[in-house]
Design a protein around this ligand. Structure first.
Ligand SMILES: Nc1nc2c(ncn2[C@@H]2O[C@H](COP(=O)(O)OP(=O)(O)OP(=O)(O)O)[C@@H](O)[C@H]2O)c(=O)[nH]1
Ligand SMILES: [Mg+2]
Length: 168
C-alpha cells in the first residue's frame, strides 16, 4: 500500500475574501455550511474539502470570516498543520486581518499568505505584499485552480505531516 501523508490546512481571512471559493476550486466536491448574508451568502460554520497531491492528502477547512465567529475559528483550527491566510488584494489590510495574522504568528502555526482576487481590476498585491513582509506570499485568484493548487503544493512541501499527538 502506498504510504499516505495527511495534512490539516485551515483557511483564514476576512468576510468575503474568497475562502469558500478557494476551497470549492481546489475540491469541486467540497461541502459548505452557509447562510444568506448581506449581498450574498456567508459561511456560518465551515467549508470542508480534500485535495490529493501525489502521496499527500490535504484536508482543507475554511473558517467563517465574520468577526463574531471567533469561537468557530478556534475549534476549526485545533490541531492544524498549517494555515492559509487569504487576503483580498482589492482592499487595504484592516485590523481584523492583522488580528488573524498576529494570532498565527503567536501560535507558531506555519502559514502562507494568499493575495486573492488578483484577476480583478483594482487589485494591489504589491501593497499587501509589503504589509506581510517576511511571510511567504503568493498572488492568486481563488477561481483559478492551477495557481491555487500550485500555491498549496509549494506550501505543504515545507510542512510536516499530521501526527497523532496533535489534537484533531
Ligand atoms: N474576481 C474575483 N472574485 C472572487 C475571487 N475569489 C472570490 N471572489 C468572489 O468574492 C465573493 C466572496 O467569496 P467567498 O468565497 O464567499 O468569500 P468567503 O471568504 O468564503 O466569505 P465568508 O464566508 O463570508 O467569510 C464571491 O462573490 C466570489 O465569487 C477571485 O479570485 N476573483
Ligand atoms: Mg465562506
Amino acid at each position: 500500500m502506498m504510504a499516505e501523508e495527511k495534512y490539516k490546512i485551515v483557511v483564514f481571512g476576512a468576510f468575503g475574501a474568497g475562502k469558500s471559493t478557494l476551497i470549492q476550486t481546489l475540491d469541486p466536491q467540497a461541502k459548505h455550511i452557509e447562510a444568506e448574508g448581506a449581498g450574498g451568502t456567508t459561511t456560518i460554520a465551515l467549508d470542508y474539502g480534500r485535495v490529493q497531491l501525489g502521496e499527500k492528502r490535504i484536508y482543507l477547512y475554511g473558517t467563517p470570516g465574520q468577526e463574531r465567529f471567533e469561537f468557530a475559528r478556534e475549534i476549526i483550527g485545533a490541531g492544524m498543520d498549517g494555515a492559509i491566510l487569504l487576503v483580498d488584494a482589492t482592499s487595504p489590510v484592516d485590523e481584523f486581518v492583522e488580528h488573524l495574522h498576529t494570532s498565527l504568528k503567536e501560535e507558531k502555526i506555519p502559514f502562507v499568505v494568499f493575495l486573492n482576487k488578483c484577476n480583478q481590476v483594482g487589485a494591489r498585491p504589491d501593497a499587501a505584499q509589503e504589509h506581510f513582509a517576511g511571510a511567504e506570499t503568493k498572488t492568486v485568484s481563488a477561481k483559478d485552480r492551477r495557481g491555487a493548487r500550485e500555491g498549496l503544493e509549494k506550501f505543504v512541501g515545507r510542512l510536516r505531516p499530521h501526527t497523532a499527538e496533535k489534537k484533531a
